[in-house]
Design a protein around this ligand. Structure first.
Ligand SMILES: [Ca+2]
Length: 198
């Protein structure tokens, strides 16, 4: 093959790659729940690679002080969110990188005053319904948490069940991002980040 022909092939190849990248963009799905990149504390089980269950009211939960430390929250934050005395809980954390995406269905079997939440950086979204879908595109490095909290007691088990929906999702239009963020009707709380314990 002559040099000019080689160049043409190379240019066509590059164009093909470029068009493919434009035609089928997607954000990288974050790993399944069995990955060690998902940090866990308390009663967190993985019945399947794409399923996660966080539970309250069992012996495996951790004290609320330890939970708030795990969540990087100032002590007393969960009390102030619930308006009652929080006691124990369970949570998981994933340190998302820019370009990561996650999409999952969740349902919360609530017992008493227990509550479940998602937390992204310093923002806590308390679950205000019994089930919904959650999708998020991380355009910067962000810590993502899922948690459940025992309130007023250490019994009466609640369960937050999460099912990861798909491996990767297309890059959304700006309007799609807004509509995704609008879905769910969450209560949103901004929390100060606590200093890490020595
Ligand atoms: Ca309870």
């Amino acid at each position: 093959m002559h040099f000019k022909q080689k160049m043409n092939v190379a240019v066509v190849s590059l164009l093909t790659v470029g068009v493919s990248a434009i035609m089928t963009p997607s954000w990288a799905a974050i790993p399944d729940f069995s990955s060690n990149d998902w940090f866990k504390t308390g009663d967190v089980t993985i019945p399947a690679l794409n399923q996660l269950i966080l539970t309250t009211g069992t012996d495996s939960t951790v004290l609320i002080d330890d939970l708030e430390s795990f969540l990087n929250l100032t002590p007393g934050t969960l009390d102030s969110i619930s308006g009652l005395q929080t006691t124990f809980g369970s949570a998981t954390r994933y340190n998302a990188k820019a370009g990561d995406s996650i999409s999952f269905d969740w349902d919360f079997l609530k017992n008493g005053d227990d509550f479940g939440f998602f937390k992204i950086n310093d923002q806590i979204q308390v679950l205000s319904s019994s089930s919904s879908t959650f999708s998020r595109f991380f355009d910067s490095d962000q810590s993502f948490y899922i948690g459940v909290v025992d309130v007023n007691d250490s019994i009466g088990s609640s369960q937050l069940r999460v099912t990861r929906k798909q491996q990767s999702i297309p890059v959304p239009e700006p309007t799609s991002i807004l509509s995704i963020l609008a879905v769910g009707g969450y209560g949103v709380f901004l929390c100060r980040r606590s200093r890490k314990k020595a």
